[in-house]
Design a protein around this ligand. Structure first.
Ligand code: NAD
Length: 335
């Protein structure tokens, strides 16, 4: 399928998706949809390729019948929006998280199976060049067998909650782990490529941010083969503006160690610098969009399926449940 008609709904983060789609050789028609008409107009001004703007998803789907819709609306709207799009005949690229609860997540995946429409979840971290380099090092055996991985999200969410209050609203259903931390949970799953057998976690609500669930959670995941993964996420880490420290990655293997942007291979004298590989969100989003368009045009496999994204959400959910109940849990499976 070439000459695609694509719509993007939700133009906060969604405007980055538009940037990659505008001028893409396989995209003939680009449509915007946002309940906030001013946002759509602003994005259209920047991209003359846009052919139409809408305020209501239902109306847009009815009139335009797009080949694919990129769903970039708030987390709790992913289920109604993605299922509506697939039931109306459009393939869907949806931003993360798949949903904020497992019922909604199952419904989205089931809608893809029932309609035969493609569903990809834009877990954009996987597409950042630095993450792809790390994944390649692991797959090529450069650090030997995995022993331990740790990926942390050390964030201050004051600005985000002020800009977009839905992030901290009870109906959004976000926790620190299923909201921001889903990136890190997804990354340790992606890097190991193994199922998670058990999860144990603690969480707290310390600090001044008004948020309905745990704002800081430390979770430990035991993967098949005894590999240990660890994710800590906090929304309360205040740091100097523009000088944010992001030392968030540690991987220990039998033949080497990765810490942040540095790689040590057993037998070498010094660290190798990995910082030449971009960690930029725009590169990640662009990679996700290009992978999805490729899967539409060339009917290639979906890079991050709904089933795959479900397993990341189920792992985050098991950690939240573990923190609440004080038990070691196994993540739920899709079926
Ligand atoms: N790195 C990442 O992958 C990443 C980063 C940021 C946000 N996100 C995700 O992207 C999504 C959007 O986040 P955001 O920061 O852009 O939020 P936002 O609030 O800035 O933007 C959401 C947009 O959706 C629109 N919208 C809401 N309801 C709508 C409806 N019924 N119909 C049409 N438009 C509607 C709003 O008007 C708004 O413009 C969330 O799921 C978030 O978790 C992912």
């Amino acid at each position: 399928m070439s000459s695609l008609k694509i719509a993007v709904v939700g133009l906060g983060l969604g405007r980055h998706f538009v940037r990659t789609l505008a001028g893409h050789p396989d995209v003939d028609c680009l449509i915007l949809c946002d309940a906030d008409a001013d946002r759509s107009e602003e994005v259209r001004q920047a991209h003359p390729e846009v052919s139409a703007i809408y305020e209501q998803l239902e109306v847009m789907l009815e009139k335009e019948r797009p080949d694919a819709v990129f769903v970039v609306t708030p987390d709790h709207l992913h289920r109604p929006h993605s299922t509506l799009c697939m039931e109306s005949g459009s393939h869907v690229l949806q931003t993360k998280p798949l949903a904020t609860n497992l019922d909604d997540a199952r419904a989205i995946v089931a809608s893809s199976s029932a309609t035969g429409k493609k569903l990809m979840v834009a877990h954009e971290r996987r597409f950042r060049p630095q993450c792809q380099r790390v994944k390649a090092l692991i797959e090529e055996g450069e650090i030997g067998d995995l022993i331990h991985l740790r990926v942390d999200a050390i964030a201050d969410k004051r600005g985000q909650f002020k800009r977009a209050p839905w992030y901290a609203s009870p109906e959004a259903g976000r926790s620190a782990l299923n909201g921001t931390g889903i990136h890190e949970v997804d990354l340790i799953r992606y890097y190991t490529g193994r199922p998670i057998e058990a999860v144990s976690a603690f969480g707290n609500r310390l600090g001044g941010l008004d948020f309905p669930k745990d704002k800081t959670t430390a979770a430990v995941f035991r993967f098949e083969g005894d590999v240990i993964g660890q994710v800590t996420v906090t929304y309360e880490a205040q740091q100097p503006r523009g000088k944010h420290i992001d030392d968030h990655l540690r991987i220990v293997g039998t033949e080497g160690t990765i810490i942040g942007d540095r790689l040590y291979r057993v037998g070498e004298e010094d660290w190798e610098d990995l910082s030449g590989h971009s960690h930029d969100i725009r590169a990640g989003l662009q990679g996700a969009v290009l992978a999805f368009v490729d899967s539409l045009v060339n009917d290639t496999p979906i890079a991050v399926t709904g089933e795959d994204a479900f397993d990341s959400l189920a792992a985050a959910d098991a950690a939240d449940q573990s923190a609440a109940r004080g038990e070691i849990l196994r993540p739920e499976s899709l079926k």
